[in-house]
Design a protein around this ligand. Structure first.
Ligand code: FES
Length: 579
């Protein structure tokens, strides 16, 4: 029996539909124009279903029908569903980078909810930026909300070999550059690496962010691990529809779920999952929207104590998300790291996290390891600071060659992606495996939008010599499916004059992951001289959304939100007038 903390006349949607006035007459008559009878909406919670389906979004193909499953649940529970389409942000097709548009989706979601007669929302996303985009908007709007993850796609397959999204594309591309993969095999791989709807099935940004949404308490228990093509996913969708109606009556809002402890749980889970480096940026932004002060230091603390126990590529070397689901999924993993979690946090299920994971089992100790037998003894990410990155940068030590965790080498610097791309194929490029490859002007403003360029390609000359990893450094991000000794998110970024802008070819750079340091071995007087000579590269946008983006985007260590969207900026926006 649902606990009702609201009466029907207290529903937000009643402002649109209930009054005996001209405006409400218009709202009711237009609902009837769509074929609905008053009995279908009167005294019922109106549930928005924000759907990021589009013909340009391969990972959300199933949302076209899944939305009907959500509606089925809403109707069963006595609600009135309204599907509202939103920006679909395909990671694979949208250029120059979806990160340029994450905040646009956040604004889209927030304003869709604000302007329409809705009482609660099911958020349908999964492909990388859609999860944070939708959650940022819903957090700011603070109506009862459930996140519905698209679910990972099935394992890729090529000649009976398992292929993982992204990770195997990078791996076999290097083999192809080394002349070891034929044209025919390459085409067959294209056909086999993404063979069902759903999100990337490695522990990339999509799987990381949906797991984080579950750990915060914003998905139904276990929802983030269910493969998109599994019938469990259909049932979970209709359950989300049923449950959101109850949440409206209970008035269970994101603010009551997204506490500081909930974000600490998310960081803990991210570490144990071997998460994507992108998690840091999105979680900081989301926490700030929720009014919680989460910073790089919280990630650093967690990384020292929480081991990586999800043996999923790219941190692991064998398994994918489908295996993770069969092994017990996120509830199983969270049960294994229980001592590190705040079990009393409330979740959308109406139960605490501890109640949700109570009794969750692990069915395969190799896929979800015990904490005594981790795949990496510390957490997935390490935050480095030093004169090259005063506000921090990030490395994923669990996914790089251990010999680079302490390294000194000469810099080889590129100012933009095209010149880097051209140079790496030059057979006469003056480079060794000890060099530190640098790409700059690729940060939030410089990219623009901080593209996933951080896994710079190993120069072809070295690939042919058998080199498969080397230290790479940038103010860009990298795909969560990428791997290697890539140091990312250098803050402040070079485009605005951060120290990365001052590096020159041949300068020595030293990184020490155990000590969490990264430094440019150049005297301060010389750096001051170079700083005085430095000129900012040309402006990226002079009009439109890009111009607004450039003016308001924050740095990576602050979550890359727009300054005017953060909690505390200006007076809160009230409910729309209905006249
Ligand atoms: Fe959509 Fe990877 S491209 S999740």
């Amino acid at each position: 029996m649902t606990k009702k903390n609201k009466t029907p006349d207290q529903l937000r949607s009643a402002r649109w539909f209930a009054p005996d006035d001209l405006r409400a007459f218009g709202h009711r008559s237009r609902a009837m124009q769509m074929g609905y009878a008053p009995e279908e909406w009167r005294d019922r919670p109106v549930i928005a279903i924000i759907n990021t389906w589009s013909d340009a979004q391969p990972c959300h193909m199933h949302f076209k029908s899944r939305v009907d499953d959500v509606k089925r649940g809403v109707l069963m529970a006595g609600g009135f569903p309204l599907e509202l389409p939103a920006l679909s942000l395909s990671e694979s097709l949208l250029k120059p980078t979806t990160m340029l548009y994450r905040n646009m989706l956040a604004m889209d979601a927030e304003e869709l909810l604000r302007g329409h007669p809705v009482d609660g929302v099911v958020l349908m996303g999964g492909c990388d930026k859609t999860t944070p985009g939708l959650l940022l908007g819903a957090t700011s709007m603070n109506l009862p909300a459930i996140y519905l993850p698209a679910g990972p796609m099935l394992r890729g397959n090529w000649k009976g070999r398992t292929l993982g999204s992204g990770s195997d594309a990078w791996k076999y591309w290097d083999e192809r550059r080394a002349g070891k993969i034929s044209d025919r095999d390459w085409v067959d791989m294209e056909a086999g690496i993404a063979r069902s709807y759903g999100t990337c099935m490695t522990m990339g940004t999509a799987s990381t962010m949906t797991a984080i949404a579950e750990a915060i308490g914003m998905t139904l228990p276990g929802a983030s691990s269910i493969p998109a093509a599994d019938a469990n996913h259909i049932r979970m969708s209709s359950e989300a529809g049923r449950r959101i109606v109850e949440m409206v009556w209970e008035d269970l809002t994101p603010q009551k779920i997204q506490t500081r402890k909930a974000f600490e749980n998310a960081i803990t889970v991210a570490m144990a999952m071997g998460c994507s480096t992108n998690a840091i940026i999105h979680l900081i932004a989301q926490a700030r929207r929720a009014g919680q002060d989460i910073s790089l230091d919280d990630f650093e603390k967690a990384s020292r104590k929480v081991p990586v126990i999800a043996n999923v590529r790219p941190s692991g070397d064998l398994y994918l998300m489908e295996d993770f689901f069969y092994a017990g999924g996120l509830p199983g993993l969270m049960n294994r790291i229980k001592p590190h979690l705040h079990l009393d946090c409330m979740t959308v299920s109406g139960r605490t996290l501890g109640e949700n994971i109570d009794g969750a089992e692990v069915h395969n100790d190799d896929v979800i390891r015990t904490v005594d037998n981790p795949i990496y003894k510390e957490g997935a990410l390490a935050v480095l600071k030093g004169n090259l990155a005063p506000d921090g940068c990030v490395i994923k030590p669990s996914a790089c060659d251990p010999r680079f965790l302490k390294h000194t080498g000469p810099a080889l610097v590129f100012d933009d992606y095209p010149s880097m791309k051209k140079a790496v194929d030059d057979p006469d490029l003056d480079v060794t495996a000890d060099h530190v490859l640098i790409l700059r002007n690729a940060g939030p403003q410089g990219g623009p939008g901080m593209p996933e360029w951080g896994m710079l390609p190993i120069p072809t000359k070295l690939v042919k010599q058998g080199v498969r990893d080397m230290v790479r450094l940038s103010d860009a991000r990298m795909s969560g499916t990428s791997y290697g000794a890539c140091i990312l998110h250098v803050s402040p970024e070079s485009y605005i004059g951060g120290p990365l802008a001052l590096v020159r070819n041949g300068d020595r750079i030293t990184l020490d992951v155990a000590a969490r340091t990264i430094n440019l071995d150049v005297p301060e007087a010389e750096l001051a001289r170079r700083r005085a000579e430095w000129k900012q590269p040309e402006q990226r946008f002079e009009r439109g959304y890009g111009w607004m983006f450039s003016k308001h985007i924050k740095q990576a260590n602050e979550g890359c939100d727009f300054d005017f969207l953060e909690t505390g900026f200006g007076k809160p926006v009230g409910e729309p007038s209905i006249y």
